[in-house]
Write a protein that binds this ligand. Sequence first.
Ligand SMILES: Nc1ncnc2c1ncn2[C@@H]1O[C@H](COP(=O)(O)OP(=O)(O)OP(=O)(O)O)[C@@H](O)[C@H]1O
Ligand SMILES: [Mg+2]
Length: 324
Amino acid sequence: MEQVSEGITFRHVSKVYAPGGEPAVDDVSLAVPEGSFVVLLGPSGSGKTTLLKMVNRLFEPTSGSICIDGTDIRELDVTALRRRIGYVIQQIGLFPHMTVARNIAIVPQLLGWDRRRIDARIDELLDLVDLPREYRSRYPSQLSGGQQQRVGLARALAADPMLLLMDEPFGATDAITRAALQKQMISLQRRVHKTVLFVTHDVDEALALADRIAILRDGRLVQYDEPCALLTEPADAFVRELLNADDRIRQLALLRVESVMQPIGPDGAPASAPRLAAGEAVRQALSLLLRPETRAVTVVDGGRPIGIVTIDSIRAAACEDGAP
Ligand SMILES: Nc1ncnc2c1ncn2[C@@H]1O[C@H](COP(=O)(O)OP(=O)(O)OP(=O)(O)O)[C@@H](O)[C@H]1O
Ligand SMILES: [Mg+2]
């Protein structure tokens, strides 16, 4: 494997829980480059959580090694290691008897930050995850599930860890909240550039969030690639089926509207056309175009029209990459 000093590097990592039993993780080698968002995707029992928990040493590998920024994590003090890592789990794990502010402040307090710095950080984090600052004094039971997830995320980010481990963090929320949290995660990652290892078994979530996706099956790494590459060149029938790679609509979810738009003509943008912000997915444009009497969607950047998407422009772009 190539030398990667920054980020997380797994080298031939295996985990066998019961001696003589089947490995839960089986000879996985994987490099998560610094600042990248890597999703572990696979069916239930494929070893995703086990792999994640070995990074903060909740479990130790049976064999192989894990390095963070070039240092074998066995050489690091466990407490110091965990404080460098933000950890978010599906059950959120907020302390029910503590307010939102105190939940967020846990790690900064352990690190001995002064009161004023912690206070300012809480406000900053609530802004970052888009929660009103007034929620500081609420208790977890006074928040919706999605809001609790966001507090969980704020707490994980509190001491500005370089590394985030997220195990199905949006799993317990409804589809709308989940989509909103995913969007927020994407825009957050654009600003904070953490190294993120994110577990899900939701394919759409993986495709929406990941820079690269690691596909696990029975503890083994089947394929590790960028979303588009996984869809166009699945390693085997399992990956093809898991990703439903023949589904063109899914591929459109990965293309940004800018990549299929045409320049605005001399007449300017059609006045009645619906608008989409640059960065939105082509699939979004397609669903607008399926509305009655909608022939074009105007792409805007900071409120300024920059192009037009039509069914024809989508078709032209979708056929370019050798699709049938
Ligand atoms: N603490 C444990 N002791 C023994 N076996 C375990 C333990 N934790 C997990 N396993 C087993 O290891 C395998 C992988 O489990 P793991 O929790 O890593 O899967 P997963 O991919 O996270 O699944 P899910 O999507 O259901 O969360 C499973 O067969 C599971 O039964
Ligand atoms: Mg799991």
